[in-house]
Design a protein around this ligand. Structure first.
Ligand code: PLP
Length: 437
């Protein structure tokens, strides 16, 4: 498939599989959806990653979102080194946590935040808080929206409008997901139906602020009302809360995330990825009145040995400080150019596709001929995975590292300069030719 040497990656993959299930610490890294040898990365700088065989790729994964400034940004490295010199974890409060919390509050509508270690922890804790605050049990989530591997949110995709959740992973019990109601993204009637059936016992709706885990699917407008605005309205009509998950979009699609683009936000919001600058840091936040329900002030328990870690917070606040409006303007421009080039290349080889975006975050869908938009999971799932795999390997063989799944967003950074973009533009027609199956 690839003409590039992969012997060292292959050897490490075989070694890794003996001690780590599937050879990877997170499933999508294993190339299962596209086949071939996952690349073991030796180093990364700016817009590029280099694997253990010495192949250099323009990186469109960006650690799945965090690397907004590019890899190994000198000022972030400096901040990390300086923080580490003073000790790497104390289990006691630090000024650095306040700095990061204030930066998040400055950029978003939340009044207070609690720092955690991963997006999964952020959504899990926000759910617990919403349930504790409302005294209700049920949660609405959307098919195709991913909120980390929280048990109660790991429910079957494809289950249709307002279906009661069934666990999509062994080990997640029926009881855990019995309180999860799965609705269809951008389908208002499915949400109304859920409230008709369970209105008095719905604690919250959780939705990605713009879906990015079934490919990029922005909230649709209907009669002048954005889907997220509708969710907020219907939740409040029934005494429930809305949680907008900005783990992927936060501080990426604009300085203020998706909220900065469409002005819509939940009563609680979750953040991760960019705010950790490549380290494990995430957060959830909201109105003080709700956040004050958290321990030690309130009764809803939430904690973490490494939460607010001084090295992670230094990386995060330095990243946010450097993420100026100019940085976003540049990434927006790169995204626009790249989207146009992808469209041109796929059109030239008659590969059917749809490209969708919210701000600079975008993805290409390899949907059947005639598809003009992808509003939900059902539409996203019509993609030709074999076409995507051929496209993916075409890019990889030509020095471009894209996420190895057709359901992932493409991540650009401020380090993707003209030279990096030109390399992608050169690779695109070759990948498009390979995708004409
Ligand atoms: N929420 C969203 C929207 C995400 O995209 C992700 C991860 O991709 C998560 C939550 C989970 O974050 P983490 O992988 O840091 O646990």
């Amino acid at each position: 498939m690839s003409s590039l040497p992969t012997e060292q990656s292959e050897a490490l993959y075989q070694r890794a599989k003996r001690v780590i299930p599937g050879g990877v610490s997170s499933p999508v890294r294993a190339f299962r959806a596209v086949g071939g040898t996952p690349r073991f990365i030796r180093s990364a700088r700016g817009a590029y990653v280099t694997d253990v065989d010495g192949n250099e790729y323009v990186d469109l994964v960006g650690s799945w979102g965090p690397m907004l400034l590019g890899h190994a940004h000198p000022e972030v490295l400096d901040a990390v080194a300086r923080a580490a010199q003073h000790g790497t974890s104390f289990g006691a409060p630090t000024e650095a946590e306040i700095d990061l919390a204030e930066m998040i509050i400055d950029r978003t509508p939340v009044e207070q935040v609690r720092l955690v270690n991963s997006g999964t922890e952020a959504t899990m804790s926000a759910l617990r808080l919403a349930r504790g605050y409302t005294g209700r049990d049920k949660v609405i989530k959307f098919e195709g929206c991913y909120h980390g591997h929280v048990d109660s949110l790991l429910v079957a995709a494809g289950s249709g409008a307002a279906t009661m959740g069934h666990p999509s992973s062994p080990g997640v019990t029926q009881a855990t997901t019995a309180d999860t109601i799965v609705c269809t993204y951008n389908d208002r009637e499915s949400v109304r139906q859920a409230f008709r059936g369970h209105g008095n016992n719905i604690a919250c709706i959780i939705a990605e602020a713009a879906a990015g885990n079934m490919g990029v699917v922005p909230p649709a407008e209907e009669d002048g009302e954005n889907f997220t605005a509708f969710l907020s309205r219907i939740a409040h009509e029934h005494g429930a809360l809305l949680i907008t998950d900005e783990v992927m979009t936060g501080f990426r699609v604009s300085r203020s995330g998706q909220w900065g683009l469409d002005g819509q936000h939940g009563d609680l919001m979750t953040f991760g990825k960019v705010m950790g600058g490549g380290f494990p840091a995430a957060a959830f936040g909201g109105r003080s009145e709700i956040m004050q329900q958290l321990s030690p002030v309130g009764p809803v328990y939430q904690a973490g040995t490494l939460s607010g870690n001084p090295v992670a917070t230094a990386a995060g606040s330095t990243t946010l400080r450097l993420a100026t409006e100019e940085v976003y303007a540049q990434i927006d421009r790169s995204s626009e150019l790249l989207r146009a080039e992808i469209g041109k290349a796929l059109d030239a080889f008659q590969v059917p596709h749809v490209i969708q975006h919210t701000g600079n975050l975008f993805s290409g869908f390899f949907t059947p001929e005639g598809t003009t938009e992808v509003p939900d999971w059902k539409a996203a799932a019509t993609q030709r995975e074999d076409v995507f795999a051929a496209f993916f390997h075409g890019l990889l063989a030509n020095g471009v590292y894209l996420g190895p799944s057709c359901y992932e967003a493409w991540f650009l950074s401020a380090a993707h300069d003209d030279a990096a973009l030109d390399r992608i533009f050169d690779a695109l027609p070759k990948a498009a030719a390979a995708a004409r199956l």
